[in-house]
Design a binder for this molecule. Structure first.
Ligand code: ADP
Ligand code: MG
Length: 349
């Protein structure tokens, strides 16, 4: 026994100066990709002892993302499944029995909407649907790109009261009280799903890895190779896949909302997909906002909310919350960030 301990100690002492990769012999890094869920490519990177072990985590994550994608879909029906679209189709008609994952997402979104002043509102569906239709039409035929009328937006906004989303947790049902209501969970569902999958992978034994769901990153543990942190690159919101800065983090979520992802142009002006419920038009305060907080669902929810708030109000909100940090890219390309990120961001002075 003593001999084993001694040789282990020597191994550690030898290994440490050689690049600090203490566990490199035991763990290897693997990466694989899930396509066609949540409108994005989801990359799973994990440290595992064998390819077989990695594959079992990967298959588990892939199956779960496919299932959650169907449950949180607002555009398509699936045989034998009541999803968010089913809830919308039954607005004003009847409560819809749904899986617990839907109730959890809606309860979470309702609670945080109340706690953050209502900027991220999953009941904004009627307004978002108008923008979605105009954007789709413009992308299909750019010469015919048009803007919605203020009248239509205002009319739609009359049916966006989140308090009329009735959750019956005991019965497991959801009811939209008015027939013109509709849920749009685009601001939060992907991050919420990533959080569920991250926790399930962790419970299954995964110690270290990263889920990257198109700008929605959630790390698990720390890399078992002597580094203390993961390095997460933040893309320049103006595109070209250029890295603007990078962030060193432990186990947390890093989620970005930007006005450059889904947008269209009318007479040379950009109109993107994040809509301010106060104006009913795309918010124009920032190029992008990134939120760093342990829960990926909350990071996603807040990134959308902060994108719709002026910097000062956003900062005030973040400072009231525990364990939440944020990075703003202003329209001029300047980077602002909360004090807690001091020393974690590269290349920002
Ligand atoms: P991403 O598309 O990268 O996930 P967000 O998390 O910011 O970006 O989500 C944007 C999506 O959220 C939009 O496509 C739309 O479906 C929805 N959305 C836009 N504005 C709002 C809002 N004010 N409240 C709730 N959901 C919104
Ligand atoms: Mg979001």
């Amino acid at each position: 026994m003593k001999k084993i301990i001694t040789s282990l100690l020597i191994f550690l002492l030898l290994a440490l100066p050689l690049g600090g990769c203490v566990l490199r012999g035991q763990y290897k890094k693997y990466t694989s990709t899930i396509f066609a869920t949540f409108d994005t490519v989801i990359q799973i990177t994990a440290y595992a002892k064998s390819e077989q072990e990695f594959d079992s985590y990967f298959q588990m994550a892939a199956a779960r993302f496919k299932q959650l994608h169907k449950l949180y879909d607002i555009y398509h029906d699936y045989e034998g499944i009541n999803n968010i679209k089913t809830i919308n189709d039954n607005a004003g008609i009847r409560p819809v029995p749904v899986e617990q994952e839907i109730i959890a997402l809606l309860a979470f979104s309702q609670e945080w909407c109340q706690r953050t002043g209502g900027k991220t509102n999953i009941a904004l569906g009627p307004v978002l649907r108008i923008w979605h239709n105009y954007r789709s039409a413009a992308i299909a035929n750019p010469a015919e790109a048009r803007l919605p009328t203020q009248g239509a937006l205002v009319e739609a906004s009359l049916h966006t009261d989140i308090n009329k989303v009735v959750l019956d947790k005991a019965r497991g049902t959801v009811f939209l009280e008015e027939e013109d209501m509709a849920l749009d969970v685009g601001a939060v569902a992907k991050g919420f799903a990533v959080e569920l999958v991250a926790r399930e992978l962790s419970a299954a034994g995964l110690k270290a890895g990263v889920i990257n769901a198109g700008g929605n990153v959630r790390s698990l543990g720390i890399p078992p190779d002597g580094r203390e942190t993961w390095t997460i690159g933040l893309e320049d919101p103006r595109g070209e896949r250029k890295i603007l800065t990078s962030l060193n983090v432990g186990e947390t979520a890093v989620v970005t909302s930007s006005g450059q992802q889904r947008h269209y142009q009318v007479d040379g002006v950009h109109f993107h997909h994040i809509i301010d419920p106060a104006t009913l038009w795309p918010a124009t305060y920032h190029q992008a906002v990134t939120v760093v907080t342990p829960d990926s669902g909350l990071a996603d929810f807040l990134s959308t909310a902060l994108f719709i708030l002026p910097y000062e109000e956003g900062l005030e909100l973040v400072e009231k919350l525990k364990d939440v940090e944020a990075i703003w890219i202003t329209p001029a390309g300047e980077i602002k960030f909360t004090a807690g990120l001091e020393g974690q961001l590269k290349g920002t002075g």
